[in-house]
Design a protein around this ligand. Sequence first.
Ligand code: FAD
Length: 384
Amino acid sequence: MSTPSSVWDAVIIGGGFYGCALAVFLRQNGHHVVILEAGADLMQRASYVNQARIHNGYHYPRSFITAWRSLVNFPRFILDFRECVESSFEKIYAIARRGSKVNAYQFREFCRNIGAPIRPASASIRRLFNADLIEDVYTVREFAFNAVVLRELMRARLARLDVPVQFQAEAHHIAQADANTLRVTLASGETLRAKSVFNCTYAQINTLLHHSGLPLLPMKYEITELALIEPPPELRDLGITVMDGAFFSTMPFPAAGLHSLSHVRYTPHESWADLVNGYRDPYAYIAGLDIQTHATYMIHDAQRYLPVLSKARYVRSLYEVKTVLIKNETDDGRPILCREDYGLKNLYLVMGGKIDNIYDVLKYLQQFAQPIDQDMAEASHDQP
Ligand SMILES: Cc1cc2nc3c(=O)[nH]c(=O)nc-3n(C[C@H](O)[C@H](O)[C@H](O)COP(=O)(O)OP(=O)(O)OC[C@H]3O[C@@H](n4cnc5c(N)ncnc54)[C@H](O)[C@@H]3O)c2cc1C
């Protein structure tokens, strides 16, 4: 364990991918950091319950910046985290004839503009689709990540750097301790002091702010369902996304050896926004729900476009509170959220929006994380 002290350089609240990557980054810069994680292990929430897509831009034809940043971050991510990258499948984007916010020509032009490789899909793949409903089909370069392998990678990196992690350590409240330090009070009553505190709790960012008497951010929450299916043999080596509107994706979910199925209409079960509907604790709320799966609706609708899906076998569903900034509701963009001195000096809020945004977060935080231990910094590399 890295020198525990009465005052940490940084307390990182949340042991998801972002909290872990940030802890590695700060430790490599010589800071003494500790991670507080409410759960029993790292990366059990959104960093596990997600579609596992390593974005390469294609998904965001209506948000140029998000698409372009994905394209820039993709090669870095697949190099830095190569052990968790699943690339042994062919990724297909199909454009719906009706109801899509982009047509095939616009999609091709968009890919050309951002420089994302794309080519017409083979005849055998095209034959899988209902040509009455699908305008065109493309093969692209996009992969998936194995969330369990990614978790073990992060665990190993934290251990190598001697970063302590406290589990079952739910932070409840953050306050100024004195002019230079902040105090984090856990639900258990234990307190820690730090020069900086990073709130990396994704769906729970506002909950911590609420308990600390600080203003809430304009977030939108969706109770989401990711169905896990055993795909028919024809789809086993494919990942398919039908664009761009109330359609669906089915692609490998390597952590479970299955495919995920998500549908823009049926994946969200309900949604709310704190600043519109009033504050709600997202984890407490989802834990109290008795959610009935929408998998049958997902499969029924999706098989209109991809008839072979009728042979898929539903296995189970994963549920999580998806959290986005309200301003991205219309363009579907996923910018990072980074705030410093949020209500309290040296309180940082960090939300990545998607996994590969980690590089944008670290770039933003670089200015606040100057190396304080030169030996450590020199020995470090810039892997998050
Ligand atoms: C349905 C869905 C599909 C998605 N699909 C993709 C995709 O295909 N590709 C992609 O790149 N991104 C995707 N995302 C987004 C991606 O999952 C998130 O951007 C990323 O996982 C967020 O990581 P995080 O560390 O911020 O959050 P989390 O992984 O949720 O980590 C937050 C951690 O904070 C802990 N915590 C919460 N409150 C407290 C507290 N008070 N004290 C201590 N600990 C606390 C939690 O237990 C948790 O471990 C998807 C998200 C969802 C929900």
